[in-house]
Design a protein around this ligand. Structure first.
Ligand code: C2E
Ligand code: MG
Ligand code: MG
Ligand code: MG
Length: 283
């Protein structure tokens, strides 16, 4: 009977699997076409200082402006880009666009840095660090103005290519951060080996604040023990902002202080901040 059930299951699931497969093929083709036709855009979300809420940086977040489906969020297409290898080209597009934009903002006098997400596939390329150096040189951005966001699972494996890339990137002065911290199983022994500059506490932990603070407290304590910069992600309420300030997190990224937005809109926000500073010193 087991055999029969298996055959039945196959008959039931085959059409579904095939359509999912076809959908992925269509999407991969759409992605390739959109890359050729420049249907991707980089949005920027502010990162503010916990102390005075001044903008100290931005995170570059990729958006796909699909000709028929409209704006597609990254969680719906990045995994497929990673599986197909398209992330190499897209990742380079994001890095180049973000650093060009940062150069413009810095030229306009805004002191800020830029954070860019990196995928496992990119970091596993032997020439990734050299590519980062090339883009920095081409866009005339100093290494310390760039922060690359990695995740814990990416650095778990002790591969020579990964280590060489990380070493070379850090030698260029570029900072490394761990994104979505506190969501996975943290290998503390491994964390002590890798040199990182910043931990970004995942928004699922911030979401529980201020009522259920036990786990978040522990994660902040780990971050502070490691003596790195601590950023709280996903802060949406003034209560959460107060909590992370009292917990001595250094920076905040969250809807309370700004959603991801197109570059032109971010420019306007930076300009308003500067005008505010001017009127403060004049008063
Ligand atoms: P992430 O790197 O953790 O980026 C932060 C995500 O949290 C963004 O979602 C942002 O919109 C969202 N977020 C920030 N503050 C809040 C808040 O207060 N409330 C809520 N509900 N959400 C908040 P987004 O832009 O949809 O990006 C999702 C993920 O896609 C990113 O998570 C990152 O893992 C990935 N991603 C985005 N752009 C790139 C890219 O250029 N390359 C790679 N490899 N991954 C990217
Ligand atoms: Mg990130
Ligand atoms: Mg992430
Ligand atoms: Mg995150």
């Amino acid at each position: 009977e087991a055999k029969g059930a298996g055959r039945n299951a196959l008959r039931i699931f085959r059409p579904q699997m095939q359509s999912a497969f076809e959908e992925r093929l269509t999407m991969a083709a759409d992605l390739r076409q959109s890359m050729e036709e420049n249907h991707f855009e980089v949005y920027y979300q502010p990162r503010v200082s916990t102390r005075d809420h001044a903008i100290v940086g931005a995170e570059a977040l990729l958006r796909w402006n699909h000709p028929r489906r409209g704006m597609v969020p990254p969680n719906q297409f990045i995994p497929l880009c990673e599986e197909t290898g398209l992330i190499r080209g897209l990742g380079l597009f994001v890095l180049t666009a973000a650093l060009r934009q940062l150069h413009q903002w810095q030229q306009a006098g805004h002191r800020m840095s830029m954070s860019v997400n990196v995928s496992q596939r990119q970091l596993a390329d032997a020439d990734f660090a050299a590519l980062v150096e090339d883009v920095l040189a081409e866009t005339e951005v100093a290494g310390p103005s760039l922060e690359l966001e990695l995740t814990e699972t990416m650095i778990l494996e002790e591969s020579p290519v990964l280590q060489a890339n990380m070493n070379r990137i850090r030698r260029a002065g570029v900072r490394l951060s761990l994104d979505d911290f506190g969501t996975g199983y943290s290998n503390l022994a491994r964390l002590r080996q890798v040199e990182i500059d910043c931990l970004k506490i995942d928004r699922s932990l911030i979401k529980t604040l201020p009522d259920n603070a036990a786990v978040t407290n522990m994660v902040v304590a780990i971050a502070r023990l490691m003596d790195v910069k601590v950023v709280a992600e996903g802060v949406e309420t003034p209560e959460q902002a107060a909590w992370v300030r009292d917990a001595h997190c250094h920076e905040i990224q969250g809807f309370l202080f700004g959603r991801p937005m197109p570059a032109a809109q971010f420019t306007a926000v930076l300009q308003r901040q500067r005008d505010g500073e001017r009127s403060e010193t004049a008063a």
